[in-house]
Design a protein around this ligand. Sequence first.
Ligand code: UDP
Length: 449
Amino acid sequence: MKEERKQSVVLVPYLLQGHLTPMLQLGSILHSQGFSVIVAHTQYNSPNYSNHPQFVFHSMDDGLKGFDMSFPSVKSIHCMNESCKSPLRNYLVRMMEEEGDQLACIIYDNIMFFVNDVATQLRLPSIVLRTFSAAYLHSMLTILQQPEKYFPFEDSQLLNPLPELHPLRFKDVPIHVINNTVPEPLLDFYKRIHDIGSSVATIWNTMQDLENSMLLRLQKHYKVPFFPIGPFPKMVPLASSTSILEEDNSSIEWLDRQTPNSVLYVSLGSLVRIDEKELIETAWGLANSEQPFLWVIRPGSVPGFQCAEALPDGYEEMVGERGRIVKWAPQKQVLAHPAIAGFFTHCGWNSTLESICEQVPMICRPILADQLVNARYLTQIYKVGFELEVMERTVIEKTIRKLMLSEEGKDVKKRVVDMKQNIVAAMQIEGTSHKNLNDLVDFISALPS
Ligand code: UDP
């Protein structure tokens, strides 16, 4: 713990689990460096205050009543950005009166783009937190700079390489495409959330050693200091739960009863949905692989069903003690458990980092956005996972057995162990993440107030 600093930072997270977690982790990291941390958040998906007694929380009226937020639309994001403006401005004005020059800066998720306007008006320095991989943001920026080079494309091109974006193919375009193109308003939206306005720096939940070339290219574009201080799951000094949904801790009791290095953990994160057919194919793939599994089926993740009732009749009895199905797991604890041998994941960036940090090799089943880019890097560049492109039970079964039982699977495991070692090195005193964090602390402390 560093000496007590007299400066406060205000954090403004975006409301989805995959965004809230890294912002709260960043808060813990900065708090351990002596900053006071205030979290200004939306009413929707309010964090659990009792898990973070060291923070001050401020809830903002988000204007989201009436929106279906199970999958936020562009319209809801615009509405939220408009609605939160006055509540944040009023709060900051009051704080600045009370705290004077103690307020160092405001750190925000790029999707909360209104923060930049508020900070500029109040002459407060603002910093952007990037919650994604640099590889994803680099691919987005490249596409947004010259969309005509990529769209529209033909179905026959889906497996062709994306120009300048190895190892991506047209089918991995991380943008929501409609009829193989992107409508102009959507392009404008993406441009908006990639614009950092007058923000003075960016913080990254990634490792410089892993994504250096991508970070350098992005920095050339944004022309502000970059601070890659990840991976947050390991940099965070106190691992309190950041979960919005209730974690089923019986998962850990069940894992305690399993053989070390034997279980496949299956989870597709907090947002994506799959159809009933994919659920059934996954169920049979898991059953036929004959490997133990812990499977998260999030309520609402299969439209039309609450949870496991979409499974074939008698499925849970059939797999018995070999399989455990829960609605939401304490994922970081699960991945760190000695019984875990592999992770069947949608490749969200948090899940990806959490898996690498625990040296767990992956089966990659990306569905949209950054997941598509992360999966390609994991399978083609870092080679720490196998790609699952056909959601049929025989293919799923074969891929599980390949990961858990084959020589190829052992090679993948070795590489993820090496990656983990590099992370450990980055966190040592001379390591890049450690050094970048010290630089960030000095940078924030020196900001004009
Ligand atoms: N998560 C969890 N329990 C679960 C499934 C997911 O705690 O049963 C957490 C996971 O640890 C990760 C986050 O939810 O931190 C999901 O973020 P990610 O970026 O992987 O994917 P997203 O949900 O944004 O698609």
